[in-house]
Design a protein around this ligand. Structure first.
Ligand code: ACO
Length: 149
């Protein structure tokens, strides 16, 4: 991914990102709770152990996480045992929104999806984010349904 503003780096999430404000970044998206560092590391290791399934990227600026996003690779029986990417947990901190960082995160996830052989990627979002995802190359292809427990 090229063309980030000066001082910003996009990279895979790392074990020391807890201290760099990973959860503060996610809070712009939704309720996150108050996970401890040990809980973060536990989840991090779990996702790594799932091998070739969870790809978290972050954008770092001045030792802080200012953006994040994830691609989850689903392995299917249909489409000749194809793989489908699920784009999840896209967030850019308020003070850096509108600088193209969200688009860079989406481009990074798209590179991963293509590299691992996904035939498509899909995501769920609210109507207010539809224009953003449209600029990222997505189109509205149905309705989202959910069942919360
Ligand atoms: N309405 C219209 N256009 C928009 C909007 C919007 N709400 N948001 C971004 N865009 C446009 C920008 O103007 C820009 O267009 P341009 O290239 O023509 O100038 C393009 O989309 C890219 O915008 P970015 O600057 O890359 O977007 P940003 O870095 O602000 O990130 C994001 C967008 C991730 C939605 C951010 O606003 C955010 O974190 N919001 C709160 C959390 C959230 O809603 N996350 C998404 C949840 S859905 C999911 O995770 C699958």
């Amino acid at each position: 991914v090229s063309g980030l503003p000066d001082g910003f780096t996009v990279r895979p999430m790392a074990r020391n990102d807890y201290a760099k404000g990973f959860y503060e970044c996610l809070r712009v998206l939704t309720w996150v709770g108050e996970p401890t560092e040990a809980e973060f590391l536990g989840r991090f290791d779990e996702l790594v152990a799932a091998r070739d399934t969870y790809y978290f990227v972050v954008i770092e600026y001045q030792d802080r996480i200012v953006g994040t996003g994830c691609l989850v690779v689903e392995r299917k029986f249909i489409h000749d045992h194809g793989k489908c990417g699920h784009v999840e947990e896209i967030a850019v901190v308020k003070e850096h929104q509108g600088q193209g960082l969200g688009l860079k995160i989406m481009q990074a996830l798209e590179s991963v999806a293509v590299a691992v052989g996904c035939y498509k990627s899909i995501l769920n979002c609210g109507p207010r984010n539809e224009p953003f995802y449209g600029k990222c190359g997505y189109h509205n292809s149905g309705i989202e349904m959910s069942n919360y427990y």
